[in-house]
Design a protein around this ligand. Structure first.
Ligand code: FES
Ligand code: FE
Length: 444
């Protein structure tokens, strides 16, 4: 893997995007260890609710068990590996394996009820009661955390706590997950999860969301049509003084509007919807009051290494890029809104999301076309000899004193993409967590 990412020259080999071997090692060294986005707590509100998610190429089930505890379980039977949960989500007392019928409760235990339909069929007759059921429950993901309503998990017992993993980038992630008035949490999901497959490498999406303002040319038609939140304004009307903010020691980054200054003024956005406009004006004023000294300008998009991205201001969304193969990903979109917002606010947000995002959304289709063609064009034997150029803004980043480890790259810069691939290379080298976290810890 040596030399695939060269931060000195600002280049990244195309092998990173198309090689089977790189993909295999990513599963082990990145998706087998890093904190990964699993879902939202709204997906498992009640006991025995479940939602099937992914960690890399593996299927996992997010559950709320009878005790109310949230679990992330490997979706593979311990007998011969069959997927025990084949629905996308729902509520079930047990997951019964379709192959030979082993049944598991939502806390992952192999059900122990001899003589009943659930449990291990033939436990007393075929197994002569000799199977140690306690040892054969579903595999539990050892590290699971509920962060402001979102569920994250890591397969690595030794991973740092999630808060340390995201560091001061928490401020920007909070802009997506918190109530618009600045209170922690307080967001709910609108509708379900949009899921679709894209024939591209997953990293194209992650690096796009981490701070690629340069690709606005792709969305020119959308700008001309004008699909801002109110439905009547172009996207560019809302954009002013943006910059790239990245954390080289952690691999996260995003777009912000002058991140180290406060945003005291409300910017009218929903002129066609007076009730909605009034709501956002009020929550903005509450935000200024609630955050006080902590008030900073809200963010655009951002990426938490490796494969979760978000829109950090209204409208707020989560995007996840699940690797399927070197040249295919499964993309998810989850839409968020203030839980206690009036229905009119939720309706306008829902319509905006449908116009803007997802497989049929206007901007997402522009982006997907770029990623698909870039991936396909990079598979050729000749194309693969030539690396990609990530040189924009090299040597021009400035530390942001208020944010530990944070750097401001300026408005048009590939700083954050370099940060992303730098972190990617560190994980791919197989560094242990002490080495992975040492620079961030030294900066505290
Ligand atoms: Fe699940 Fe056999 S594979 S019971
Ligand atoms: Fe885009």
């Amino acid at each position: 893997m040596d030399g695939l990412v060269d931060l000195r020259t600002g280049t990244v080999s195309r092998e990173v995007f198309v090689s089977e071997e790189v993909f295999r090692q990513e599963q082990e060294r990145i998706f087998g260890r890093a904190w990964l986005f699993i879902g939202h707590e709204d997906m498992v509100k009640e006991p025995d609710d479940y939602f099937v998610s992914r960690m890399g190429t593996e299927s996992v089930v997010l559950t709320r068990d009878r005790q109310g505890k949230i679990n992330v379980l490997l979706n593979s039977c311990m007998h011969r590996g069959m997927k025990v949960c084949r629905a996308d989500q729902g509520n079930a007392r047990v997951f019964t394996c379709p192959y030979h019928g082993w049944s598991y409760s939502t806390d992952g235990r192999l059900v122990d009820r001899p003589g009943e339909l659930v449990g291990v069929p033939g436990f007393s007759s075929h197994y002569r009661s000799e199977l140690d059921k306690k040892s054969w429950g579903l595999v539990h993901c050892p590290r699971v955390v509920n962060y402001r309503g979102t569920i994250w998990a890591s397969w690595d017992e030794n991973a740092p706590d999630f808060e340390e993993y995201i560091g001061d980038f928490a401020y920007y992630l909070g802009a997506a997950l918190d109530h618009r008035d600045g209170r922690e949490g307080g967001s709910e999901m609108i509708g379900g999860v949009q899921k679709w497959r894209v024939k591209c490498n997953w990293k194209f999406a992650a690096e796009n969301f981490i701070g690629d303002l340069y690709h606005d040319i792709s969305h020119r038609s959308v700008d001309l049509v004008g699909i801002g939140p109110s439905g009547g304004k172009g996207r560019r009307d809302r954009q002013r003084g943006r910059t790239t903010v990245g954390f080289p020691d952690l691999g996260h980054g995003g777009l912000a509007e002058l991140p180290h200054r406060a945003e005291p003024d409300y910017v009218a956005t929903y002129r066609n919807h007076p009730e909605v406009e009034e709501y956002y004006r009020q929550v903005h004023e509450a935000r200024v009051r609630n955050l006080g000294d902590r008030l900073r300008v809200t963010t655009g998009t951002g990426t938490i290494f490796p494969n979760m991205s978000f829109h950090g201001r209204q409208p707020r969304t989560i995007a996840v890029f699940h690797p399927i193969s070197p040249t295919e990903m499964e993309m998810w979109r989850i839409f968020l809104v203030d839980r206690d917002a009036p229905q009119a606010v939720k309706d306008v947000a829902r319509h905006y999301y449908l116009r803007y995002s997802g497989p049929g959304g206007m901007t997402e289709s522009d982006d997907m076309e770029n990623w698909v063609y870039a991936t396909e064009a990079s598979t050729g034997v000749v194309a693969r000899r030539y690396p990609y150029n990530y040189q924009m803004g090299m040597g021009h980043s400035q530390p942001i004193p208020e944010l530990r480890g944070g750097y401001d790259g300026g408005e048009y810069s590939e700083q954050n993409a370099r940060i992303f691939y730098g972190r990617w290379a560190q994980f791919m080298e197989g560094r242990d967590w002490n080495a992975l976290m040492a620079p961030a810890r030294a900066a505290v």
